[in-house]
Design a binder for this molecule. Structure first.
Ligand code: FEO
Length: 168
């Protein structure tokens, strides 16, 4: 495997692992603050990111590289509101998308079409996850400070959490 691509994929392992811990911290915050639906949603998303990480680890090793299991950043654990939580969710996904696009760009530069092909799965995942984060943030912006709205949002998001669970 081309060393530069291997390094980029190992960086991606770290981004996915950090996202998994970040979402676990979000799930825990929501759990403690009584948002059971939101908490299930982020528990499921944390699991999904772990799957994203593991797929990369296996791919690197299968292709003759060496996967590096990284030390992780301490995740943010305190959130001001549901809006704050979902703004973080969206910016985390946008960040991961940028990094994936960087890997794809270098795959094409190095004519590494195998890795390019493998990464297409991540491109589709990111499209879906970013769209989901934007939709939820739009809903929260409509709801504003209305507590009944937050209650209903938390109840409705259970559906997304269940759909995500089916994916992992
Ligand atoms: Fe695997 Fe949503 O980043």
């Amino acid at each position: 495997m081309i060393k530069e691509i291997e390094n980029l994929l190992n960086d991606q392992v770290r981004y996915e692992a950090n996202a998994s811990m970040h979402y676990l911290a979000m799930a825990s915050w929501a759990d403690v603050n009584g948002y059971n639906g939101v908490s299930e949603f982020f528990y499921a998303n944390s699991e999904e990111e772990r799957v994203h990480m593991t797929k990369l680890v296996k791919f690197i090793n299968e292709r003759g590289g060496n996967a590096i299991i990284p030390a992780l950043d301490a995740p943010k654990t305190d959130f001001k509101s549901l809006n704050d939580l979902f703004e973080d969710f969206l910016s985390s996904e946008v960040y991961v998308t940028e990094k994936i696009n960087g890997v794809i760009f270098e795959c094409l530069n190095h004519k590494d079409y195998n890795t390019h092909n493998f990464m297409q799965w991540y491109v589709s995942e990111q499209l879906e996850e970013e769209a989901q984060a934007r939709t939820m943030l739009d809903k929260l912006n409509i709801i504003g400070d209305d507590k009944t709205g937050h209650y209903m949002f938390d109840r409705d998001i259970m559906t997304f959490a269940k759909a995500s669970e089916g994916k992992v």
